[in-house]
Design a protein around this ligand. Structure first.
Ligand code: PGA
Length: 307
């Protein structure tokens, strides 16, 4: 087996300077070293390599064939080091870098606004938003893919660091011509004959709805399953039945009276939104500032809704 090459970055730096200027004296001046120190570094490098790098003819020095080859490597290594330093410096900076944010589909309704205002404050940060349902997001979180995720109740079976930042009220929504539109304090059990349009398996909204139904020992006679909030909203608007959806997904339809919320006892079901990452993950400064931004934004929103 060949012995590994024991050379130092400093030796390469000194060698490169001598090789480019073809002068020990000038290299010493450039590097603020004495000339014997420069000669010593080059000599040690030659010893490790086992070949001379320079030859002296008359008063001039020239690169040997080994020296030519080594100069190419020395330049490449220095360039790599420079690039590594620049990338590390970028990671250290808050105002640049990349950020991959995973969100559950329901968060998507306010994520765009959140990212837009973060992006106004940190225009150099490259943001990527990944929208999936809860189950898929949890899988990605387990693989530590996203920098941060925005989701409902974090799972118990995964080590995550989660901070809640905003209410997520879930409502029972209906078409505006539903007979119970004006009724107050509707007991859930009186909706037994209604068709409930429910989210796909793996959805956090669906989990919350199932828990709510279980608390009231309620089982609707008929359910229709649909994937995603948008298609459910359309189904409700055309009178297919009722649904339990996050207020964030329907606030436009509610204010345009295209959907209405029923005053069902126990609603709104108040859940919270969380910003989370795997425990032990080392947040980049950019990710840490996004997290703080979301927490501040959440606090601002709750102050607004209290006033
Ligand atoms: P969902 O998640 O969009 O998958 O329903 C919402 C939630 O976690 O509350």
């Amino acid at each position: 087996m060949r012995a590994p090459l024991h050379i130092t970055i400093r030796q390469l730096e000194v060698f490169e300077s001598v090789a480019r200027q073809l002068s020990y004296t000038r290299a010493a001046e450039t590097l603020h070293l004495t000339q014997p120190a420069v000669s010593m570094q080059v000599k040690q490098l030659e010893e490790s390599i086992g070949l001379p790098l320079f030859e002296q003819i008359g008063k001039k020095i020239f690169l040997t064939a080994a020296g030519e080859l080594m100069l190419g490597h020395a330049i490449t290594i220095q360039e790599h080091l420079k690039a590594a330093k620049e990338e590390m410096d970028e990671l250290k900076g808050v105002d640049s870098g990349r950020l991959l944010i995973g969100v559950v589909s329901t968060v998507n309704y306010f994520a765009a606004r959140l990212l837009a205002s973060f992006s106004r404050e940190y225009p150099k940060v490259e943001l990527k938003l990944d929208v999936t349902n809860r189950e898929t997001l949890l899988r990605k979180l387990e693989l530590n893919e996203p920098d941060l995720v925005l989701m409902g109740q974090p799972p118990n079976n995964l080590d995550v660091n989660a901070a809640d930042f905003m209410d997520n009220p879930l409502l029972v929504v209906a078409a505006p011509d539903h007979p119970l539109v004006k009724t107050e304090k509707i007991p859930l059990n009186s909706l037994i004959n209604e068709t409930f349009v429910i989210r796909e398996k793996g959805s956090g909204t669906r989990l919350a709805m199932e828990r709510f139904f279980a608390d009231y020992d309620f089982k609707p006679r008929s359910t229709v399953e649909m994937a995603g909030n948008e298609v459910i909203k359309q189904a409700i608007e055309v009178g297919l039945g009722l649904s339990v959806l996050s207020e964030h997904t329907v606030d436009l339809e509610l204010s345009a009276s295209r959907l209405i919320k029923l005053d069902v006892i126990g609603t709104p079901i108040i859940r919270r939104w969380y910003i989370a990452h795997r425990t032990g993950k080392r947040l980049t400064p950019t990710a840490a500032s996004f997290k703080q931004f979301v927490l501040d934004e959440g606090a601002r929103q709750s102050r607004k809704s209290r006033n």
